[in-house]
Design a protein around this ligand. Structure first.
Ligand SMILES: *Cc1c(COP(=O)(O)O)cnc(C)c1O
Length: 373
């Protein structure tokens, strides 16, 4: 079964094999595994170990996001969040629930975020200290450019926290060239092609050490405390029990990432996957939600056929019998289905998926494949 979802992704057998062992997290044999993960992640982020810390935290991407917001946005700070889609909405909710002041910016969802409205919002409100940017908005499939947005935030003297969850490892992010980015948050199980259960934040050392101890208001979600513990106890140690199997699998995934040619090679493969899928959907009479120019390489949303026999769950079930698993929900405004292009997949897999989708629509007797007007 191939997972064509934007995380957790289809992984290589070598990655899963590393998780099929028992590990004692505090054993001397495990510590180098964890240390290698930190080094590998820092290399992908632009060889930033001198200026940044790699801070793993047990759990999902939201846990890393919450820790970054708690630790890096001061209680009297204010974060501007451009509403790029449901992951931006989630970031806004996380920030509000921990009591931070949030300003949202409504923008068109189907094109990359333009820097001008961000610059305008920052100029209008001097109390804004941070911008929360979703790099790859997984709900829409649109990629928002941290270089263009970073430039206006830097000019305005504010800081950025990047949700890079469905970007890191494929889309470019050289943190050494982005002094305005305090932190990028991501997980093991998207473009790094590891297993789920670990979030990672790469944060600037100055932002971390400027964060007052205890500011996070939570021991579990305090990046400063994770940093202090690493410095004190050694970077082979975790504060609490780590998902050791996931860490070991991530080390293998990072080796495979480097062997493939790093983020540029991975991006090229994902782009080829997305293009094959996009063209393939059109070739069988279906309509992708986004115009080709706005379509990112991570996930492709396709409008639901305007046919009374269409049911998303029926389509998902039919695809499953053909060896492909896609999401049984959508988060676009119009009914759609979404197909992930990331993970251990190639354009050949995408061609196989297109043929399976065609067969599934026939089996379900869907005659009108065009979307509702
Ligand atoms: C997957 C994802 C997350 C985190 O999801 P979790 O379920 O918490 O791991 C956050 N932001 C984006 C853009 C994502 O794609």
């Amino acid at each position: 079964m191939l997972l064509l979802i934007p995380g957790p992704v289809t992984t290589r057998p070598e990655v899963r094999a590393a998780a099929a062992l028992d590990y004692a997290p505090w054993d001397q044999d495990f510590r180098p595994i964890y240390a290698a993960v930190r080094m590998g992640v820092a290399a992908v982020a632009g060889n930033v170990l001198g200026s940044h810390a790699v801070l793993p935290l047990q759990g999902a991407g939201h846990f890393g996001m919450e820790a970054a917001l708690r630790t890096l946005v001061p209680p009297d700070g204010r974060i501007l969040i451009p509403l790029t889609g449901s992951y931006a909405e989630r970031m806004a909710r996380l920030a509000r629930e921990i009591g931070r002041s949030v300003v949202t910016l409504a923008i068109p969802l189907d094109v990359p975020l333009a820097p001008e409205p961000v610059a305008g919002a920052l100029a209008r409100d001097p109390a804004i200290t941070h911008v929360g940017l979703v790099y790859s908005e997984t709900s829409t499939g649109v990629v928002h450019d941290p270089v263009a947005i970073g430039a206006v935030v830097r000019t305005a003297g504010r800081r950025i926290i990047v949700d890079a969850v469905s970007a890191f490892g494929a889309l470019p992010l050289d943190l050494g060239r982005h002094p305005e980015i305090d932190a990028a948050v991501f997980t093991a199980n998207k473009c790094l092609e590891g297993l789920p259960g670990l979030s990672i934040t790469v944060a600037r050392l100055d932002a971390l050490t400027n964060a007052a101890l205890g500011r996070a208001g939570s021991w579990s979600f305090d990046l400063r405390d994770i940093y202090e513990a690493g410095e004190r106890d050694g970077w082979g140690s975790f504060r609490f029990t780590p998902p050791a199997q996931i860490v070991a699998a991530l080390r293998v995934a990072l080796e495979l990432h480097a062997a493939e040619g790093g983020a540029p090679a991975r991006l090229a493969r994902y782009r080829a996957n997305a293009a094959t899928l996009y063209d393939g959907m059109r070739a069988i009479g279906l309509t992708p939600c986004l115009g080709r120019d706005a379509q990112g390489p991570i996930v492709v949303n396709v409008l639901a056929p305007d046919d009374g026999r269409w049911s998303l769950q029926g389509f998902v079930d039919s695809l499953k019998t053909r060896g492909y698993l896609i999401s049984n929900f959508y988060n676009t405004s119009r009914p759609s289905f979404r197909v992930g292009c990331i993970g251990a997949l190639t354009p050949n897999d995408m061609r196989g998926f297109v043929a399976a989708a065609d067969a599934a629509l026939r089996a379900l007797d869907i005659r009108k494949r065009a979307p509702a007007d």
